[in-house]
Ligand binder design. Sequence first.
Ligand SMILES: *Cc1c(COP(=O)(O)O)cnc(C)c1O
Length: 388
Amino acid sequence: MDLTQIKTLYGAHILPTYGRQEVCFVRGEGSYLFDSAGRRYLDFSSGLGVNSVGHAHPDWVKAVAGQAGTLVHTSNLYYTEPGGLLAQKLCELSGLDALFFSNSGAEANEGLIKAARKYSEDTYGPGRHTVVTLNRSFHGRTHTTLAATGQDAFHQYFQPLTPGFVHVDAGDIDALKALGNDICAVLLEAVQGEGGVYPLERDYVQAVAALCAERDWLLFFDEVQTGIGRCGPWFGYQTLGAEPDGVSFAKGVAGGFPLGGFILGQKLRGVFTPGLHGSTFGGNPLACAAGLATLEILSGVISDVERKGRLLRDGLEAIGGKVRGTRGRGLMIGIIVDGDPKAYMQTLLGHGLVCLTAGADAVRLLPPLTVSDAEIREGLAILREVLS
Ligand SMILES: *Cc1c(COP(=O)(O)O)cnc(C)c1O
């Protein structure tokens, strides 16, 4: 089928919730994508931070194909080995205690919010249920995670949203201190991704952590985009010297297979008992085999993420022209541009580079964490062509 025929099918049968680019990808290999006309693109989007090990990595393909031919799904009424092994690994990497597997980032954040409310009700009784998030944050598209998302544009049309959320400005510790006695948790992104690739300041996060400790508010990080090596270490909060009570993860964890979850620390170890939470697909053996293969591949490249991010940002900052600067951490990069980031994204696609936008002023780059120095230089050449 060619692009026109495929577009006709989408137009007729898929709800138009996305603004799609004029391209149909048919194949991927490493850091490259190929479209229905046979054209090659360098992929600096990783499918929104998901293809952390690039496309069709041979070890990933082998693990997933092997598991697909062995055991795909059993439901969570039974034990399977990949689930146990992946949970052990993620707890080890986060320094937290025990996790729950979901399928997506929004579902992972829902779990954190449920954990916070249950802990608070167990400890203090009902009424202390409000979760604080930041303005410009993004936490997902379900009704509850929309309420958590600190951007008014997302709240339109879908009222009433889940009650029990307040939003404060990043960096404003006094706004947080002024909140009342109904707070149970604070949920942060180490780098605000969708909101524009704004990293949180270390001092601010330390002050939030101290306040949380003082008032017994739970400190959570939404690591759906920042986690699993994207910012350099395995989790974004590890760049901030924070010790959270819980974190969510999803996007990059299984290299393209839908998988998410949340990990809780010792303090929340007892909040969930059988029957209080669940997910039919969550953590099935196929997803967990994909996760195990992804973490294994990443363990060989993660120590290089910070250096590669620096290489890319140094190259970007040397462009001048329409580039006013960069924001981000590791391989999560916002290029602050003069002009409309969406227009640049489209032009870059035309030049063979797949990228994203974030917030009002940024072209966003989320290359595979396996990207090579040569591919970074190739991407920089295209960016220079369009942005200088
Ligand atoms: C993408 C994202 C989500 C939502 O994840 P889904 O898998 O789309 O539900 C939540 N939080 C952050 C920080 C994200 O970047």
